[in-house]
Unconditional design. Sequence first.
Length: 60
Amino acid sequence: MLVENLILKLKNLVATKKLHRLRKKTVAKIILTTTKTMTVAVENAKTLLVIAQLLPLLLH
């Protein structure tokens, strides 16, 4: 029984380590995608601001 319990504990440890690695990878991916989308959004906001500034000049 003791040996079986030890083996089970080891297996659980390995599984949790794998899970942690996977979680780290997914978190890193999510952060990367969000930063990319944020930079795109910032660029879009900048262009929108420029367009908003140019519109009054074009309309006059």
